[in-house]
Design a binder for this molecule. Structure first.
Ligand SMILES: NC(=O)c1ccc[n+]([C@@H]2O[C@H](COP(=O)([O-])OP(=O)(O)OC[C@H]3O[C@@H](n4cnc5c(N)ncnc54)[C@H](O)[C@@H]3O)[C@@H](O)[C@H]2O)c1
Length: 466
């Protein structure tokens, strides 16, 4: 067995069967760095700036019609009605989920999607169809990478739910496949399209924050009820990860918008991280009270990960889905002339000419609203009417995300997020697990972009697509 095959097998095994990850951390990261160098030598070409010919009406297949798949299908209603997209086929394990989705789609689309169901590999037949452009993957985490890779190999573009991968090996394999097949592979991170995050991003781009130094994000969401329910997630897939692993499993809602703020992949990149998990108490307690068989939990109640960029900016990222902590993504960003924090959204603006205004006070409501109306992202203003009329999904951001994805394909433009973005944001999960297992030791962040991050470029999400 050569070194890479050995690492691959032991990497997968350690993730699932409890071989101490810590002993493998440095080897895993250097194996990934070797593979990235090899990718460059083989000259598959970067996917930065990648676009395809315009697709007038995007033909879509969707795999996984559970909680998320159903909501995302509704985000297509306006697009299918306006001939921008057509949903051609749907796949799930069971037929009833497909029928529910088809019932909702009926009043918006004349044609009825074909159905694939009955066993765990039936989705492959959907992907193999020759009348599809884009496959949307909204299945449990363990299916994301195999489904995305097979889709690209079958000549279709991918839009995949978060996280797109949760092992370093899978991160590398996804990039390699996209570079080889020349297919779009976008992780659909919806919080990057939320009104508050886009407002903050617009202010940063317009110079309101000065130079950025620090940001904080999180996924604090009490999921005990959902994870312990036998009905909510198919086969209770989510809690099983909490039984076997320890780290930050849901990084992207916090780190996606932050990475846009910090221009990650476009002039800066993450260099290293340290991660620490608290002890576990709350999910196992809840499981015992609910007489659930899932009472052995490995993942700590609170994971805190600190990340440093090559240019010296810092990020704190937290993950807690075990406790009753009210929902928050924190959404804090600090610059030399302004600070924002979310939940609820507050803004501090420095007054460089008057010491008495330094520090301490958030803007009052009127001053905040002045900034809000001046810096609301143009994309939000433009799409407000449509997203209010149709089902919005998480307050509108899901519609905006799907609208932007399909519009880029209609116009033949680069997508808002490259494959490297989705991978960098997802890779924090396995890197956090490695650091937690090594007593919070600093772990080097592999350069998944193969060096392209060093070149400054505009954020695609700031483009006006009209
Ligand atoms: N971005 C967001 O805001 C957001 C919100 C919720 C969920 N998600 C993500 O969406 C994904 C799905 O989460 P969910 O809550 O909908 O879970 P879920 O369990 O409700 O749905 C998953 C669906 O996938 C189907 N499925 C499983 N294996 C399959 C296979 N081999 N072939 C075909 N279908 C298969 C299941 O039958 C189920 O209907 C997860 O990755 C989750 O992280 C994202």
């Amino acid at each position: 067995m050569n070194r890479k095959t050995f690492l691959k097998s032991i990497g997968a095994a350690s993730a699932f069967f409890g071989i101490p990850l810590g002993t493998l951390a440095n080897e895993q990261v250097s194996a990934i760095n070797d593979a990235i160098k090899e990718r460059k030598v083989n000259g598959n070409g970067s996917m930065v700036g990648f676009s395809i010919d315009p697709i007038k009406r995007v033909r879509v297949g969707i795999i996984g019609l559970g909680n998320r798949g159903k909501v995302l299908t509704q985000m297509f209603y306006w697009l299918v009605q306006n001939q921008k997209a057509e949903i051609i086929a749907l796949a799930d394990l069971t037929e009833n989920k497909l029928d529910e989705t088809i019932e909702g789609l009926k009043t918006h689309q004349k044609t009825t999607p074909k159905k694939y169901y009955g066993n765990k590999n039936e989705w492959k037949k959907l992907v193999e169809r020759d009348d599809l452009d884009l496959i949307l993957i909204t299945t449990p985490w363990e299916w994301h990478t195999p489904m995305a890779i097979y889709t690209m190999e079958q000549g279709k573009h991918v839009a995949c739910e978060v996280p797109i991968a949760y092992t370093l090996e899978d991160c590398q394999r996804l990039i390699q496949t996209a570079e080889q097949t020349k297919k779009h592979c976008m992780m659909i991170e919806n919080c990057c399209y939320n009104e508050e995050e886009l407002f903050v991003l617009n202010m940063i781009q317009e110079g309101v924050f000065g130079d950025l130094t620090h940001a904080e994000g999180a996924y604090l969401h009490d999921l005990r009820k959902h994870m312990l329910s036998e009905e909510y997630y198919q086969d209770q897939w989510r809690i099983k990860h909490h039984q076997k692993r320890d780290g930050n499993f849901y990084t992207t809602h916090g780190i996606g918008p932050i990475s846009n703020y910090l221009s990650i992949g476009r002039g800066d990149n993450y260099a290293s991280l340290n991660s620490m998990s608290s002890r576990e108490k709350s999910l196992s307690d809840a499981a015992k009270r609910a007489n659930s068989p899932f009472s052995e939990i490995k993942c700590g109640d609170m994971n805190t990960t600190l990340i440093k960029t090559h240019l010296g900016k810092t990020v704190m990222l937290q993950f807690d889905v075990h406790t009753g902590s009210p929902y928050s993504r924190i959404n804090k960003v600090v610059g030399t002339s302004a600070v924002h924090i979310g939940y609820p959204s507050r803004l501090y603006i420095d007054n460089p000419d008057d010491l008495k205004y330094w520090g301490h006070n958030w803007l009052d409501d009127n001053a905040y609203q002045d900034y809000k109306s001046k810096y609301t992202h143009p994309m939000i203003k433009k799409l407000k009417d449509i997203s209010q009329e149709y089902k919005q999904g998480h307050g509108g951001m899901d519609f905006v995300m799907i609208y932007r994805l399909i519009t880029c394909l209609n116009l033949g433009l680069e997508l808002d997020q490259t494959i490297y973005d989705g991978i960098i944001w997802s890779a924090i999960t396995p890197l956090s697990e490695l650091s937690v297992a090594k007593n919070s030791e600093s772990i080097e962040f592999p350069d998944f972009t193969g060096g392209t991050w060093e070149t400054k470029r505009e954020l695609e999400v700031m483009r006006d697509l009209t």
